[in-house]
Design a protein around this ligand. Structure first.
Ligand code: AMP
Ligand code: ZN
Length: 103
C-alpha cells in the first residue's frame, strides 16, 4: 500500500517521532501550523474514524491526554480530525492533529 504514514511507521520514510507504543505512533507534522503540531496515528492502517475499534479510539485519546500532561499544556491544546476527503483529509491514514501555540 502506498501510504506515507505506513511508510513512516515501517521506517521507510523519515519523520520526527515524538513517541510510539505497540498500537500508536506520534510524529511531527511536516508542515506545522502551530508551535506544537503532532500527528497521532494508529499503527494499523484505517482510513476513517468510522472504521476503528472503540478500544483504539480510547487509546488515541488517552495518548493525547498523556501528551498534554507531559508537555504541560493541559489547558492549551487543540485536537483536529479531518475525516473524509470532502472534509479536507489528504492522507488516507486516520490521524488526529494535536496542536498548541503554548511556548
Ligand atoms: P490531513 O489533511 O488531515 O490529511 O492532514 C495531513 C497532514 O499530514 C498535513 O498536515 C501534512 O502536513 C502532514 N504530512 C504529510 N506528509 C507528511 C510527512 N511525510 N511527515 C509528516 N507529516 C506529513
Ligand atoms: Zn497507512
Amino acid at each position: 500500500m502506498n501510504c506515507i504514514f505506513c511508510q513512516i511507521i515501517k521506517r521507510e520514510k523519515p519523520a520526527k517521532i515524538y513517541c510510539e507504543d505497540k498500537e500508536i505512533i506520534v510524529f511531527s507534522d511536516i508542515f506545522p501550523r502551530a508551535l506544537i503540531h503532532l500527528l497521532v496515528c494508529p499503527k494499523t492502517h484505517y482510513l476513517s474514524l468510522m472504521d476503528i475499534p472503540d478500544e483504539l479510539l480510547l487509546g488515541l485519546f488517552k495518548k493525547i491526554r498523556e501528551m498534554a500532561k507531559e508537555l504541560n499544556i493541559e489547558d492549551n491544546f487543540r485536537v483536529l480530525l479531518n475525516n473524509g476527503a470532502l472534509s479536507g483529509q489528504i492522507v488516507e491514514h486516520l490521524h488526529f492533529h494535536f496542536m498548541s501555540n503554548a511556548s
